[in-house]
Design a binder for this molecule. Sequence first.
Ligand SMILES: Cc1ncc(C[n+]2csc(CCOP(=O)(O)OP(=O)(O)O)c2C)c(N)n1
Length: 291
Amino acid sequence: MNSIVDKAAAFDVRSWIRLEMMPHFLCPGCGHGMALRALLWALAELEADRDRLAVVSGIGCAGRLSAYVDANTFHVTHGRALAYATGLALARPDLTVVTILGDGDCLAIGGNHLIHACRRNLKITCLMLNNEVYGMTGGQVSPTTSAEMYTTTTPQGNAEPAFDACALAAAAGAGFVGREVTHHVPRLKELVKAGLSHPGFAFIEVLSDCTEIFGRKNELGSSAEMVMRQKSELRPSAYRDTVDTPFRPNQLPTGILSRNDRPEYGAAYRAAAAARRAGAAAMASAAGDPK
Ligand SMILES: Cc1ncc(C[n+]2csc(CCOP(=O)(O)OP(=O)(O)O)c2C)c(N)n1
């Protein structure tokens, strides 16, 4: 069992999911399922203790994924998963805390939570599944919809530029920033493993296809054609070995994009609290000293 294909086939996702939740609700060809598989594969390879694994998600197609994970899962309000995750990670530093967010969840309603989570650098692994659209609510434009693309709220083509979420996360101070496409599940798994192993806030953007609502509206072909386009025509230079025609106007780089090994917030907070307690104890003991 040497090839990556054999190893990928050998990972049995069934031991990590709640089988009673099957069949899942995702559309055929949706990239979110591939992203979930990569996350679970990464957790399995790291031998994560699922009793100490907390997966938090907001609302949307991406937001529904936490419910499938056989661990401690939280399906919280739209845009607020990082706020819940912050509380969990602060109160229980022994936990592995993962958030799964859609691009709308993460960058629109939850955008403020994202920038402050990056700035704070608490140990949380944040997956943002970017399918360029509000999938669950019927295909409205999102902050990551590429310019000129059609959505239900941009019937003449999107006139806004798309957000570069990784550039935003890095500028806001995230400890680890990376991006990958769903087509390359083993590469995505490796990226997620690196993010999970990072001691601070890890932001990972997963470029995921919404086949039914976004793909159909933009005549991007079948689900299989959409995912093959990621390989052959998508942004990253690493994949241009096969075909060199760019698909997206903005060729987004993939892999680990930035690392920043500054102190993790939880550890810094606990150290400051311990120092304060020690100072108070010393003052109390000095006050009680008869000399
Ligand atoms: C406070 C609030 N506002 C709006 C909604 C409606 N809503 C549910 S999911 C969603 C967007 C989901 O899009 P995204 O986060 O990109 O995830 P996807 O479904 O594409 O995976 C919206 C606007 C809501 N549930 N709660």
